[in-house]
Every structure is written in C-alpha cells, then in structure tokens.
Design a protein around this ligand. Structure first.
Ligand code: T1G
Length: 691
C-alpha cells in the first residue's frame, strides 16, 4: 500500500487502483483525507484502467469533519476533491457502506459510478447542522435523482437506506462483500463495460418549477426562523444552469451558512448530545439489566414501562389495586399501538410484549428477581420514602433502586433504605417513551457501578442521559423554577401570558412557558411552591397569580382551563386570568407598562443563563454543555441557539452580567450576578472553555 496521508492509502491490483479511507471511527473527512484522496487520484490516474474508492471501519465517509467548521479550510477543498474524482481520466467507482452522509455522499456522487452495500445509511444531513451540501450536492444531486428528490433529502436531512438510494438513482448497484473486494470487482466491471460509468456533471437536469415553488413556500412556512433551508432551495434551483456557476453559487451559500450563528448553535447541539455521555467514572462496569420493575402505573410509570418494553426489556409493574393495573395496561397498550402505527414496532413484537414481557402485580415480592426497580409514585417525599423502604426489603442483593422524582432530595430518599449506594435518580420527562432526555441524579452515596448502569440503561432506551447532582429540581426544573418566576414578573409588569408565549415561540421555543405550564399541570408547580414557601427568601418578589389560578381549580389542559381555555379548537385566552392579573397588579400598586417582545426574550434568557451558570458553579452539572443538553433535549430550547450557556457565549459574558444588573433594580433577590461570571470575565473565559 502507498500512503498519501495519515488517513488515505492506495494499492494497484492488475489494472485497478484501490483507494482506502481510514479515519476511525466514522471516516470523517478533514484535511488529511481530502489531501490523501486528491493525491491518490492524481497518482493512480495515469497508471491504471479504473479506480475503486472505499472506506475501512464502519463507514465510507460520515461527512466533512465538522470540527473544522469556522476555521480556515486548507486546500484541497472538498469540491476540489470531488472534481478530481469526477474528471479522472479513468472510471472511478465509489463503494458506499454504513454512514455515507453529507460530504461523504457528495464524494460518492462525484465518482463516475456507485455501489452500495446493504448497510448503507446516506443522505444530506447538512441542514440539521445549519449548513447546506457545499461540495456539489445541490448540483450533482438533481443530475442523478432529480430536483424534487434532492429537495426532499437536502431540506429534511433524512437518512435513507440502500434500497431507496437505488430506486432514486443515487447508486447504480447494491452488492455484498467486504468494501475492498467490492471496489475491486466493480472497478473491473467498469473496465469491461459491465458497469456503466459517466460524469455526473455532464448530465442535464430536468427543470421542475413546481417542486421548487412548493419547497420554497414550505420552507417559508415551516422554517421561517432558520437560514440554511432557504439557501438550499435557491442552490438546487441553479442546477438547471451552468454546472460551474452553480458550484460557485453553492460554495458561496455554504460559506454564508457557516458564518451564521445558527450553524454554531446547531453544531454545538450535535456535540452536546455526545459530550454528556462522557462521565468521570473510569473503572466501573455497568450491571446487565434484563428486567425492570416499576412502582406506579400513572402517566410516568406507564410511559417508563413503554420505553423499557420498546427496548426489549421485561417489565413488572406494580399498582395498589387491580383497576389501576388494568388502567396502566391500557395506557401502555395504547402507547405501543402508537409505536406500531409509527412503524417503530411490528404487530408480532407487540403481541410478544403483551403476552410475555410485560406483567402487572399487586405484590412487592414480585420484584425479587428484577435487576432494577424504578418508583414513579406521587411526588411526595414521605410517600416515595415508604415505597423505597418496601423495595429495600425485596430487591435482590446488587439490585438497583431508582426514583423518578422530578425535584425531591435523592440523598434523603436513599437514606430511607439500608443500601443508599444502590439508589439513584432516573428523572424521565413526560411522555417518558417519547422525550429523549433522562437526568441521571447521582446521590452522594451512589456507587459508580450504579451510575454507569443508569447511563447504560439510558443508551438502551435511546435516551440522552445527563449527569445531575442533587439539588431542588436538579438541572432542568431548577432552571425552570427560576425562569417561570421571571415570566410571572413580566405579566405583573404589563405583559400578557399570550405575549410572553408568542415572543418566546418566535425566538424558537417549541412552546411558551405558560403553555408549557398548562400542559404539565399547574398543580405540580403549586405543590412545589407550597413546599418551598417555608424557605423562600423574604426579600424575593412573589407573584400570586399562579396560586390564585390553582385555587380556582384551574390546572391547565387536564382541567380544560388554566392560563388558556382548552376546547375543540386552538386554546383561547382565559378572561378570568386577565382579571386576576389586574387585581394582583392593583394589590401590588403596579401601573402596567408595555414590554417589547425583545425585552421579554432578553429577560427570560438572561434569567435562564444566570441560573444555568449557578448550576455549573454549584457542581450540579458536570460542564456547561450538560446544562445546554438538558435545555435542548428536555425543555424545547431552540437547537439553532445551542442552549442557554452557548447562547451566553454568543451574547458575551460581560453583556450577560450587564443585563443581570440592569434587571436587578426590580427583582433584587434573583438578579445577583453569579460569581462564576465575574471570574470568567477576569480570566477572559467563555463557557465553551469548560466543555
Ligand atoms: N465530523 C467530526 N466528528 C464526527 C462526525 C463528523 N462529521 N460524525 C461523527 N463524529 C464523531 C462524533 O462526534 C463521535 O465522537 C464519533 O465520531 C462517533 O460518532 C461538505 C459540509 C455518523 C451516524 O452530519 O450523524 O459533510 O464522541 O457517537 O452514534 O457538504 O456520528 O467519539 O469523540 O455519533 O454510531 C455531514 C454526523 C457533515 C454526520 C454515527 N455529516 N454524524 O453515529 O456514532 S457536514 C453528518 C452522525 C458536511 C458537506 C457538509 C453520526 C453517525 P466522540 P457517534 P454513531
């Protein structure tokens, strides 16, 4: 083999040149690979009759190396590499296997023919990273599969398998074998003519104004907040024209996207999902979990049971009486039927689950063989402690006892058992079989093996596990408790719930805070406020609006009214809430003033970032990126803004401090500047420095 870079080598077998790409784990294509491919094609062209290019490891090319984005790009650029493959004097054949995404697909469609292995996963996911296919995807894609199919793949970012790729015309063949062997075989076929080869750029694109107009309108309607989707449609529209001009315009579009803060936010979100799996435990081995016990078959217990069953685990669920067991079974069956409808589960698998992998019980004794038991009972310390004590008497030696509490003291709960080292918090988010976030709450006595087992279970459930220390509300609910207060302050000062919700939705949140509270149930926050009342700082500004809404029995969606009234159509404002707001303003002697949407968003995000900074400073979160992950994957923080602490870096720490001080005049207690922020300014640091 001859190496042309640290990640690329080639060999000559008879009349065939074989280029091997080797950059584990997923063959991300950075400078080394670009240079290696470029040099290998140049070296082989004059010496052979055909070239096969393939990937070692589990991918052809997973895409451009996204850690290089925003940095100067050393030549050869990816477009130059693609042109070298396309214009090679001899046929070039790409073997696509495993993740062949973004730039990986662009390299493949620049080759003169493509062969897919059955495990191919391909597509243009660039839009999910805030960029566009910048190495010919918007120009070569339409030449191979047409404008409409390219619009679909490039604006959705969806991934497709080998069969769909073949039917679209993205690949020429599907075959089996080791990538090198397949590359050799089909390069020989290219020489013999058994495999037709052609230069993609020479193919004429069929115009499709209907598709272009349809997608342009759809992006304006559904992606108004984002930058890249619209540029993608514009670039694809150019594919009917001159290829070189189209490539130039695409490249400019790519650079415009890279320069956008949305690209920084989306890539931060990509890495956040992966960073949180890196926890400070080296030598513990996760315990094998084959069966899970659940105490409580309410919304959370049924959701957790559904998530475990979908992951192939055996589940035993305990309730207090048979009617409750039957209700839990009905809820789980409904959840699983939804999974069948979404194609996530087959009918046979559903039957197998309900006929063997799931059972209910009225007896704690039935947990004697389960590896891990999760309590999901009423959110009350005494009730949960009593359940843990019962579990302590039946769960086998080495078994794990988990609590699904959403803000109670896990250490106190652990102390109610004889084995606090086997107790951990697994805070699921409702609906538990859908929401990806799982806060793994690590108590002061929780054993390392129990922690890594919690993370391994999360991975099995396809959840994003984030390590949290013990405090009131852990990471997400602690921050929510703070931002909810600020939202209350703003409606006392003159805004309406609708205005606050709309302003934050326009910023990119899936839902505004008052809509979220109505969805979750206003009684939950009410109980928490009553619990915290004895320790609430006397100087804290307290707003009674939410309490008065609850005193009227309005708990949100579950009672048909809360901040809004819920009927058949869209939710409508609750006039009684306006009356309560006016009365509370009058009681507080407040003359309402107009708040701009900008002020609403700034106050809300400043509150979120300042409490997130405290969460990091208190050591409740391992790193700032863990807090961003919690907000991104559990609380609807807009991905293109990357999370509250990424947002703080974008705004600037000094600006964040100035904004906190600006608001301190009105709500003194909650607007103290976290010392961490002042230290960071002194050391000229940003939150990214700690990730
Ligand atoms: N660049 C750099 N590192 C990457 C990477 C990439 N493209 N893809 C993955 N990694 C790292 C990842 O951070 C992790 O690191 C390790 O590889 C394993 O990944 C020019 C501009 C390929 C489906 O969007 O979707 O091409 O945590 O844990 O679950 O027009 O990674 O081990 O240190 O995710 O098996 C387009 C992104 C880029 C694909 C594998 N490509 N990657 O999933 O493993 S833009 C993508 C993925 C582009 C062109 C444009 C997934 C995967 P660490 P993993 P996995």
């Amino acid at each position: 083999m001859t190496t042309t870079s640290e990640t690329v080598s080639y060999e000559i077998v008879d009349d065939v040149g074989l280029i091997c790409l080797n950059n584990p784990p997923v063959n991300a294509c950075g400078y080394s690979m670009r240079r290696g491919i470029f040099e290998a094609v140049k070296a082989l062209g004059p010496k052979v009759q055909a070239i096969g290019i393939y990937g070692a490891n589990r991918a052809f090319i997973a895409g451009a190396d996204i850690t290089e984005f925003g940095k100067p790009i050393a030549e050869p650029t990816m477009p130059e590499v693609c042109l070298a493959l396309e214009n090679c004097p001899v046929p070039t054949v790409a073997v696509m296997h495993g993740p062949t995404l973004g730039g990986g697909l662009e390299v493949a469609i620049a080759a003169q023919a493509r062969v897919a292995l059955p495990n191919l996963l391909t597509g243009f996911p660039e839009v999910t990273l805030g960029v566009l296919p910048g190495s010919g995807g918007t120009q070569r894609g339409p030449r191979l599969i047409g404008i409409r199919a390219t619009l679909d793949l490039a604006t959705s970012g969806r991934r497709i398998g080998a069969d769909e790729a073949l039917s679209l015309g993205l690949v020429d063949r599907i075959d089996e074998g080791e990538p090198r062997e397949v590359a050799l075989r089909f390069a020989e076929d290219a020489i013999s003519g058994a495999l037709a080869t052609r230069r993609t750029a020479e193919i004429t694109v069929q115009a499709d104004r209907t598709a272009l107009t349809e997608y342009a309108n759809r992006m304006r309607k559904t992606q108004a907040n984002l930058f890249a989707p619209h540029r993608i449609v514009e670039c694809i529209a150019l594919s009917t024209g001159d290829f070189t001009e189209g490539m130039d315009r695409e490249r400019q579009g790519f650079f415009d996207c890279v320069a956008s803060p949305q690209r920084a936010g989306l890539i931060h979100a990509f890495f956040a999902e992966r960073a949180v799996a890196k926890i400070p435990i080296e030598d513990a081995i996760p315990r094998d979990i084959g069966s899970v016990g659940i105490v409580g078959g309410g919304t959370m217990g049924s959701g957790i049971a559904t998530a475990c069953l979908l992951a192939g685990l055996d589940v035993v669920l305990k309730e207090q009486h048979q009617r409750a067991c039957d209700r839990a079974l009905a809820a789980i069956s409904k959840n699983l039927a939804g999974a069948v409808k979404r194609g996530k589960l087959t009918e046979d698998a559903l039957a197998n689950i309900l006929n063997g992998k799931f059972k209910t019980t009225l007896e704690y004794a039935d947990f004697s063989e389960t590896d891990l038991v999760i309590e999901a009972v009423f959110e009350d310390l005494a009730v949960k402690a009593q359940v843990l004590q019962q579990l302590d008497t039946v769960v086998k030696l080495g078994g794990i006892i988990a609590t699904n509490t959403s803000y109670l003291d896990v250490d106190e709960l652990a102390q109610s058992t004889s084995r606090p080292d086997r107790v951990i918090g697994l805070h699921f988010f409702s609906p538990a079989h859908v929401m990806r976030l799982l806060e793994v709450v690590v108590g002061e006595n929780t054993a390392p093996e129990v922690v890594v087992t919690g993370f391994a279970l999360a991975k099995r459930l396809k959840k994003i596990a984030v390590w949290s220390g013990v405090c009131d509300g852990f990471i997400g609910n602690r921050i929510l408790n703070h931002t909810r207060k600020v939202a209350d302050y703003m409606i006392m000062d003159g805004a309406t719930p609708t205005q606050v919700d709309r302003a934050l939705k326009d910023f990119g949140f899936a839902m505004g805070p008052f809509s979220v509270l109505d969805l979750a149930g206003l009684d939950i926050g009410w109980a928490a406020r009553k619990r915290r009342a004895p320790t609430r700082p006397p100087e804290e500004r307290y707003v009674e609006i939410a309490d008065r809404i609850c005193e009227a029995g309005w708990f949100g969606r579950k009672t048909g009214r809360g901040y809004y009234i819920y009927g058949d159509g869209d939710p409508v404002e609750n006039p009684d809430v306006f009356r309560i707001i006016e009365e509370e303003r009058s009681n507080a002697g407040i003359a309402p003033r107009k708040l701009s949407d900008e002020e609403i968003v700034t106050r809300y995000l400043t509150a979120m970032a300042s409490e997130a900074a405290r969460v990091v400073a208190d050591g409740v979160a391992l790193r700032p990126i863990d807090v961003d992950a919690v907000e991104l994957f559990g609380y609807g923080f807009p991905r293109h803004h990357g999370g509250p602490l990424h947002y703080a870096d974008q705004v600037g720490i000094k600006t964040l401090i100035a904004r906190i001080e600006e608001f301190a005049t009105e709500d003194a207690y909650y607007w103290q500047v976290p010392e961490l922020l002042r230290d960071m300014v002194e050391q000229d640091q940003v939150f990214a420095d700690f990730n």
